[in-house]
Design a protein around this ligand. Structure first.
Ligand code: NCD
Length: 312
């Protein structure tokens, strides 16, 4: 199979084709053995990845770093730009140009929308967007989609509930768009308080290619859903702290809310759970994937992406 991802940027899910996704699923399957048995490989030997995180991260940073290291690659890991020349006032442009000389690939997280794409225009190295403000989070969407498809390999029609902060939550922006490319018929339940609604540009794209239902009541969306994807209200994007306080605990998914849900329903969350949007009683529930399957798939998919992008 031709590797269409070699040397490419991943700054938005818009650039991914169904054929790219097939390639990623196959490669992720290969990586699963390494993830499950905590093995390693050397296919990234001699490749250096710069991880430039201008905004805090736990999982994305650590899972990309784990992925690079399990495949034998080197890394320049910056989780936050403290102690770097950025503190001295170095421009984003210069930081990118400097690391392009040192590394083979740049993984960038930034609080502003569009910065990874801006970086991609400044360097010939592939750039992976690890989250840009309230924009996108494409690698997260790829493994979230992988998680959903693996759980429902045969189902041609899926009902997916996306709940919480759909306005600022970049994971759901990327995930909803990517799900349209999987050859399934999707019904989206967009569940949010009105003030945290999905941006209209995305809703319009979803409405053109799927069925969309909107509500602010999680309970209404639970019954009939195959997937319930909860998100954190994105505190750091609010100008008014009082507004955040009012909205942060709008939803609380717990066992009682799930009475009447499909037997096979899966509960996902990109983590961190910050304001009780999923009750701790769900953590060990077999329907919850956010502390196990979703994380493991995150590793195998990121390993697959790095291998495909960095090796012909
Ligand atoms: C998400 C993010 O950073 O967008 N976290 C992550 O990457 N796993 C979700 C969030 O912070 O709410």
């Amino acid at each position: 199979m031709i590797n269409s991802l070699f040397g490419k940027d991943l700054t938005t899910v818009d650039s991914l084709t169904s054929a790219d996704l097939e390639l990623i699923w196959t490669k992720s399957g290969e990586m699963q053995e390494i993830v499950n048995r905590k093995k390693s490989d050397n296919r990234l030997q001699g490749k250096i990845t710069a991880m430039l995180f201008f905004e805090p991260s736990t999982r994305t940073f650590s899972s990309f770093l784990t992925a690079v290291q399990r495949l034998g690659g080197g890394s320049l890991p910056f989780n936050g730009m403290k102690n770097t020349s950025v503190e001295k006032g170095e421009s984003f442009e210069h930081t990118i140009r400097v690391f392009s000389v040192y590394a083979d690939c740049l993984i960038i997280r930034h609080p502003e929308i569009g910065y990874p794409a801006r970086a991609a225009a400044l360097t010939d190295n592939p750039v992976i967007n690890a989250g840009d403000g309230a924009g996108e989070h494409p690698s997260q969407a790829v493994f979230d989609t992988y998680t959903i498809l693996k759980r429902f390999p045969e189902k041609k029609e899926l009902t997916v509930t996306l709940a919480g902060d759909l306005k600022y939550g970049r994971t759901v922006h990327s995930l909803s768009k990517l799900l349209l490319k999987c050859g399934r018929k999707i019904t989206f339940n967009l569940v949010s308080p009105l003030m945290l609604s999905m941006p209209s540009q995305i809703t319009e794209a979803l409405e053109r290619n799927s069925s969309v239902r909107r509500t602010d009541q999680l309970k209404e969306a639970v019954n009939g859903s195959d997937v319930i994807y909860m998100t954190r209200v994105q505190k750091e994007r609010f100008n008014d702290p009082d507004e955040y306080e009012k909205l942060k605990s709008f939803y609380r998914l717990n066992k009682s809310l799930l009475t009447g849900a499909n037997k096979e329903v899966i509960i996902m969350h990109p983590l961190p759970i910050a304001a009780g949007e999923i009750s701790p009683e769900m953590d060990n529930d077999p329907r919850s994937l956010y502390l196990n399957e979703q994380l493991k798939n995150g590793l195998s998919v990121r390993m697959a992406l790095l291998d495909l992008i960095l090796n012909p």
